[in-house]
Design a protein around this ligand. Sequence first.
Ligand code: ITT
Length: 194
Amino acid sequence: MEQLIFATSNEGKIKEIRAVLADTDYQVLSMAEAGIQIDIDENGADFEENAIIKAKAVHGVSHTLVLADDSGLEIDYLDGEPGVHSARYMGENTPYQEKNNQILKRLEGVPMEQRTARFVCVIAAVFPDGRCVTVRETMEGYIGWEARGEQGFGYDPIFYVEPAGLSNGELSMEEKNRLSHRGKALEAVKKELL
Ligand code: ITT
């Protein structure tokens, strides 16, 4: 079995990634499992740049196949915020319960048709020879009126999908992976790995 390193330290992401890549010939190693401890400055202007920065930083140490995910939530009423700053919104260490409550407050009184939002996921793959490709996928939905569900991570409890009207926090990991930005981007990256 071949190995690949997924350049993330986000536990929520890595669980979803392992589930989708389970049917490939690759064993997925986290950075910790690969023994790589580096600080990466995610100073890119967009999701593509940041995904490439992360994948190349780890590839620079390992020289192996490396994947990285840069993702975030774009809320139309907030002009695309928090966007590429999703992890840093209100501070990296602020609990998501607080971040989610703050977003619900900022959207108080905003009608359904103006609550549209999407998750974006860009995955960069850097191959052992340094060749690099990116894939981008989105998940369209809306910001609900309350946080619901214990599944997933981050902004999942306030992001709702039609037609079921359930929050991502109420979806099983299998359901979320079937519909989500990350699930679809991982399926697209699988094709690049063949
Ligand atoms: P790595 O850079 O180590 O992968 P990170 O959490 O810092 O971890 P990003 O810079 O890509 O990753 O930030 C993505 C943020 O967007 C993440 O922390 C969540 O707040 C949010 N996010 C992305 N995908 C999400 C999802 O599927 N569900 C909920 N929130 C998500």
